[in-house]
Design a protein around this ligand. Structure first.
Ligand code: UT7
Length: 322
């Protein structure tokens, strides 16, 4: 047994819609430029809900959809780099709110790769057979760390959360390929030491800073290579894969990955037009929509690759059967 079963999947996004036209009223950009260069038309922005609030909505939906009692959850894992606090973790806040009294809970920080890393970690706990029901949620409120005066990054991001309830699956298939390169960074969020001894002003690193083109090139190159590696590792070809669910960072990145893999864009699920880049949330939001649209059905055996890439740098894929 190595597989995991997705027993339920859900997502939640704030209700406030921020479209490109509105952004173009405060930075020098246009709806046309943003759509053409990123694929994003609009994103959801929190009007006060924090990361845990989004996660709690997801967790409640999952419990209801799967008919699982909160006491039967063994572990709550939240992938995020925009937590409510340093401590308690978002996962502990979720655990408390849903009444998962028998679960242990912790957060995982791997930026846009967080959900993929989280599924991998969950699978290892399930393999021990000591844990049966694991809640994995990817969530970020990027609007907290976005520099809204920077047209190079503010156009990209949105807020959201998505998650899955995982159990072990005797017949299920699972493979993974996770990578990091800590020497190549996207800087972002609460990084500077600002205290009476540091002689530093708060500012520069409070917000996400990225070299868009460098991240773009890294993403296309490494994500496609990563998928090729996982296929080679499992003796499969791209034709054996039903869907690829990529992190939604830029529609041109997704097109670039499809081109490098010499496969049709049809295999990729894309919803970036509605949500922008929601970091750790983008893959589970996409999965949740795929279940809702009937593209994925539990027990169908469909083979799906989830591929994440982002800050750290981190990247990686898991290949699982649904
Ligand atoms: O999840 C990982 C997090 N990071 C990312 O997802 C970022 C990945 N990178 C990207 O998505 C793209 O690199 C961007 C969308 C950020 C930028 O697109 P690009 O095609 O790489 O544009 P560029 O940075 O090469 O800029 C091209 C031009 C420049 O003008 P000049 O120098 O050619 O006159 C920019 O100043 O476009 C200009 N520009 C803009 N123009 C209008 C940059 N941002 C904007 C903007 N509106 N928002």
């Amino acid at each position: 047994m190595t597989g995991v079963k997705i027993r339920a999947c859900a997502h939640y996004v704030p209700s406030a819609v921020l479209d490109n036209h509105k952004i173009s009223t405060w930075v020098d950009t246009t709806d046309e430029w943003i759509v053409k260069r990123t694929g994003v038309s609009e994103r959801r922005i929190s009007e006060g809900e924090n990361t845990s609030d989004l996660c709690i909505q997801v967790a409640k939906q999952i419990l209801e959809a799967s008919g699982t009692a909160p006491e039967d959850i063994d572990m709550v894992l939240v992938a995020t780099f925009t937590p409510d606090y340093g401590t308690p973790s978002v996962a502990c806040l979720v655990q408390a709110e849903i009444g998962a009294t028998n679960a242990f809970a912790f957060d995982l920080s791997a930026a846009c790769s967080g959900f993929v890393y989280g599924v991998s970690v969950a699978q290892k706990f399930l393999l021990t057979k000591q844990y049966k029901n694991v809640l994995v949620i990817g969530a970020d409120v990027l609007s907290k760390v976005t520099d809204w005066s920077d047209r190079g990054s503010s156009i990209l991001f949105g807020d959201g959360a998505g998650g899955v309830l995982l159990s072990a699956d005797e017949e299920g298939f699972f493979a993974e390929r996770l990578r990091s390169r800590g020497d190549r960074v996207i800087n972002g969020g609460f990084a500077e030491v600002v205290n009476p001894f540091s002689q530093r002003e708060r500012g520069e690193y409070d917000f996400l800073k990225l070299d868009g083109q460098e991240v773009f090139n890294f993403a296309v190159k490494e994500a496609s290579a990563n998928i090729s590696e996982i296929l080679e590792q499992t003796g499969m070809t791209i034709d054996d894969i039903d869907f690829i669910v990529p992190h939604q960072a830029n529609s041109r990145i997704i097109e670039g990955i499809a081109k490098k893999l010499k496969t049709s864009l049809e295999k990729f699920y894309v919803n970036i037009q509605r949500y922008g880049n929601t970091s750790a949330a983008s893959i589970p939001i996409a999965l949740s929509e795929m279940f809702k649209e009937g593209k994925l059905k539990q027990g169908s055996g469909k083979k799906v690759i989830l591929v994440g890439f982002g800050g750290g740098l981190t990247w990686g894929s898991v290949l699982l059967s649904i």
